[in-house]
Design a protein around this ligand. Structure first.
Ligand code: NAD
Length: 333
């Protein structure tokens, strides 16, 4: 099949080409994102392959349908960027990669916690300038602390297990409880209670209309003073303005984010010679207790291989007309 692959970087091309060797799809790579302004590039393609920040809204989907596109293959698990009502209306199938390496994301969440806590990023810069002072590098023991986990799906489960290994008490909130986690000692509590009890809160639920701005001024007010909040899920789970206000009031003691509400204008690009127009991320970057990474939690060799192999398999299954095990549509959610 002839597939237009959007939003691609060198690493996407390397892994997709490798796993496409046998399948033999005609993959044409575009660096541009797919959205209503670039949808005209899809003329003559049977499918498109997209990532987290491509905006597959109704207008884009209408354009895809007019151009003859019949399948959208997401190279990610989350699908908050696709209007599934419109894809079913225009009869376009949507497939995703439901799991590639939950460990990759869970381990990155832990990296954010450890870096914010023990300030290794600051120590690295200091020592390279012959500054061997320990002033202002003091952290805290993770052992014995209480960790709150919002969302115990595949990533949340992996994260809970790591934190149990550190000797933390783990409370969780989810619409569905995991019996396996309960057996390991994780205790489920209502969302508000998890906020109240936790020294560290890590978000692992998807972005849906119900979870949009889940962490806002009201949620911050329920948390412990000096709490650490980690978000490796989707930016809009946190109201950025409210997070800035909580940081200024010292309610929020540490913020570690791999995702950001307005990230599609920034992340995955080298903007080092540009003037950043987003004042909120600029403000966040001024806080000494904020750590931002640019949506790299998934970025391991294992995850890239998993994403590429599942994406190619999804396309091959569609071409052969067999059951699409990774299909998503509005009725299945
Ligand atoms: P999953 O579907 O396995 O788990 C999500 C869990 O969240 C489910 O158990 C679900 O019941 C729960 N949930 C839904 N609404 C909730 C709510 N209101 N409160 C509490 N829990 C709720 O998904 P996953 O594979 O664990 O991934 C979680 C999220 O991580 C994805 O949706 C995606 O946004 C994000 N993600 C980020 C990266 C990255 O690189 N930063 C990579 C992969 C996934």
């Amino acid at each position: 099949m002839k597939i237009a692959v959007f939003n691609t970087k060198s690493y996407d091309r390397e892994y997709l080409d490798k796993y496409n060797e046998q399948a033999g799809h005609r993959l044409v790579y575009f660096e541009a994102p797919l959205n209503r302004h670039t949808v005209n590039l899809t003329q003559g393609y049977e499918g498109v392959c997209v990532f987290v920040n491509d905006i597959i809204d109704r207008e884009t989907i209408k354009g895809l349908a007019e151009n003859g596109v019949r399948i959208i293959a997401l190279r990610c698990a989350g699908f908050n960027n696709v209007d599934l009502a419109a894809t079913s209306e225009y009869n376009i199938r949507v497939v995703r990669v439901p799991a590639y390496s939950p460990q990759a994301v869970a381990e990155h969440a832990v990296a954010l916690i450890l870096t914010l806590n023990r300030k290794t990023h600051k120590a690295y810069s200091r020592v390279r300038e012959n500054n061997f002072s320990l002033e202002r590098l003091v952290g805290f023991d993770l052992y014995g602390k209480t960790v709150g986990v919002i969302g115990t799906g595949q990533i949340g489960i992996a994260f809970c297990k790591i934190m149990l290994g550190f000797g933390c008490t783990v409370f969780a909130s989810d619409l569905y409880e995991s019996p396996g986690l309960k057996q390991l000692g994780v205790v489920y509590r209502p969302f508000e209670e998890v906020l109240k009890l936790s020294d560290i809160i890590s978000l692992h639920c998807p972005l849906t209309p119900d979870t949009y701005h889940l962490i806002d001024q009201n949620a911050f007010s329920r948390m412990k003073d000096g709490v650490m909040v980690i978000n490796t899920s989707r930016g809009a789970l946190i109201n950025t303005k409210d997070a800035i206000s909580a940081l200024k009031k010292k309610k929020l003691g540490y913020l570690g984010i791999d995702v950001y509400e307005e990230e599609e204008k920034l992340f995955f690009n080298d903007l080092s010679e540009s003037i950043i127009q987003d004042d909120e991320i600029s403000r966040l970057m001024t806080f000494p207790n904020v750590l931002i990474t640019a949506h790299q939690a998934f970025f391991t060799r294992e995850a890239l291989a998993g994403i590429a192999s599942t994406t190619i398999q999804n396309l091959t299954d569609f071409e052969k007309g067999v059951t699409l095990i990774n299909e998503i549509n509005k009725n299945k959610i």
